[in-house]
Write a protein that binds this ligand. Structure first.
Ligand SMILES: NC(=O)c1ccc[n+]([C@@H]2O[C@H](COP(=O)([O-])OP(=O)(O)OC[C@H]3O[C@@H](n4cnc5c(N)ncnc54)[C@H](O)[C@@H]3O)[C@@H](O)[C@H]2O)c1
Ligand SMILES: O=C(O)CC[C@@H](O)C(=O)O
Length: 390
């Protein structure tokens, strides 16, 4: 039996996905965390914890390097909420272009009986613009950015994209009418709307600041539905004062941007739809089960992604440093115990490697001692044995 700890509301459809071999929130030493936005950056991890699965895209709330050092595999559920973010960003583009929030406030303030005459005079204040024919710059063309770009094209916009790290797979998703450029400056300089869809990491904090805003067209509308800090909110406030930025929409409020009718703040609801929460929870539950029961690392962010068919009675998985002679050291320990290797796979991602060894000749008598010996190898972060189900 495996135990899974949840810290946030995980959709019931996800919890229902777990088989009877999994229980939820039953111990203080779980095998897996299935989380959303809980901040684990200062957390101490229990000894038994083998995986942290983020139902959602951003893993900036997880100390990934620390998890790696402790042999904990970290996953996300890419794309599970991308459509929800796309719809929210597109709706806010329409809402800001048509001054919907100000128009709604006006209508709520003027409820007198003869309002219709006044309305006809006042409505010119809320004249808007259409999206068709306008230019949108999309910074980051992954799961969310590619969907926003394609939807904007369908609305008749001209779309310019910037993403220097775009994977080949992601590139297939992008309509070939999205013009790709090689700098933020080239992307934003003619754009009426700029939207940012990148992960938060050391390379993206302050990605859009004073300099990038200076490169934008006067009157631009800017969106940050990625994470707080990727857009420099102080620079935004200054640019709103000089009318360089016409409107700013973000999912991440902080005092410096409060109380401006030129700023629309939503409370981190980009992925908050029934569909997205269900997608993330179901995908997350399957990820937990696949890793704990098979050692599968699809969508792992700190280990190489490996899927190896599991046909033998036992599987030994080892997370270790990506240094010479690791496979040699591991297989020597198996040979010393007369354990035959039926199948072996190894791959590396940056400084970390993952080895999967399948065997029929391991047994309960030598399992604990073998794992303890493998874990004692200085460069090994975690070795474990998985018994074939069924
Ligand atoms: N508001 C919300 O509720 C919500 C929901 C989903 C995602 N997000 C945030 O949005 C981010 C993006 O989500 P996604 O699903 O599209 O992720 P993704 O990983 O599919 O795409 C991110 C893209 O950003 C690109 N990128 C990385 N660094 C870049 C840089 N310096 N300049 C330009 N592009 C860069 C990557 O190459 C990748 O293609 C997430 O990491 C998360 O922080 C927020
Ligand atoms: O869990 C959420 O509600 C937010 C998810 C979102 O920020 C993400 O990174 O996927």
């Amino acid at each position: 039996m495996y135990d899974v700890k949840t810290f946030n509301a995980i959709a019931q459809s996800g919890l229902d996905t777990f088989t009877n071999d999994f229980e939820i929130n039953q111990t203080d030493d779980p095998d897996a965390y299935l989380i959303r936005s809980v901040n684990l950056l200062e957390a101490e991890f229990p000894q038994n914890l083998k995986t942290i699965v983020r139902a959602g895209a951003g893993v900036n709330n997880v100390p990934v390097d620390k998890a790696t050092q402790q042999g904990i595999a970290v996953f996300n559920t890419p794309g599970s909420n991308a459509n929800a973010v796309k719809e929210l960003v597109i709706s806010l583009m329409v809402a800001t272009a048509r001054n919907l929030f100000a128009a709604n406030n006006y209508s709520n303030e003027h409820t007198e009986a003869d309002v219709s005459q006044r309305t006809e005079k006042d409505k010119t204040k809320f004249n808007g613009t259409e999206l068709a024919g306008k230019r949108l710059a999309v910074i980051g063309l992954g799961n969310v950015g590619s969907m926003v770009a394609n939807a904007a094209l369908a609305l008749g916009m001209k779309v310019i994209g910037y993403d220097p790290y775009l994977s080949a797979n992601a590139a297939w998703r992008i309509n070939n009418r999205v013009k790709r450029v090689d700098s933020i400056k080239k992307a934003v300089r003619t754009a009426d709307f700029v939207t940012v869809h990148v992960p938060k990491n050391d390379g993206t904090i302050g990605l859009i600041g004073t300099k990038e805003i200076a490169d934008m067209k006067a009157g631009v509308t800017l969106f940050n539905y990625s994470r707080i800090g990727i857009v420099d909110n102080r620079a935004v406030v200054k640019a709103i004062r000089t009318e360089k930025i016409n409107h700013y929409c973000t999912d991440f409020g902080e005092p410096v941007i409060a109380d401006s009718d030129k700023i629309t703040i939503t409370p981190h609801i980009g992925g908050s739809t029934l569909e997205a929460e269900s997608n993330g929870a179901v995908q997350g539950a399957n990820t937990v089960m696949n890793y704990l029961e098979n050692g599968d690392t699809t969508n792992c962010v700190n280990l190489p992604n490996m899927q190896v068919g599991f046909e033998t009675a036992y599987r030994i998985t080892v997370i270790h440093q990506n240094v010479p002679n690791m496979v040699g050291q591991i297989s020597t320990q198996l040979a010393n115990r007369n354990i035959n290797i039926e199948n072996m796979a190894n791959a590396a991602k940056d400084k970390v490697a993952y080895t999967i060894i399948d065997s029929d000749s391991l047994n309960q008598n030598n399992e604990d001692e073998l794992i303890s010996t493998l874990n004692d190898i200085a460069e090994v972060y975690r070795a474990r044995v998985i018994k074939h189900q069924g």
